[in-house]
Design a protein. Sequence first.
Length: 106
Amino acid sequence: MLYKNLIISFLFVFSWTVTGVSANGDIARGKALSIICVDCHGSDGLGDEYIPAIAGMDSKYIREALLDFKSGARIDENEEMSEIAPDLSTNNIADLAAYYATLPGQ
């Protein structure tokens, strides 16, 4: 729980420092933000047998999936995404999507 609170605090502060981000997202900011994804999706974004790979996916798909988790339109069984995504700003989502789209997929 403490870890989640630290992540939420980081995202809140980070979102206030972001200005002028394009709709395509900022890859460098996405890489910095990816620390919130590493525990589940791995540092390479390839996940494991229980967690889906997100590396190399289309940035539009990642962005839409995160927005759906944020709005509650999409629910994951383990509730991890449903807990994390609501705290992401639209810019954070675009940045994460841009970053993971650049990683080599499976």
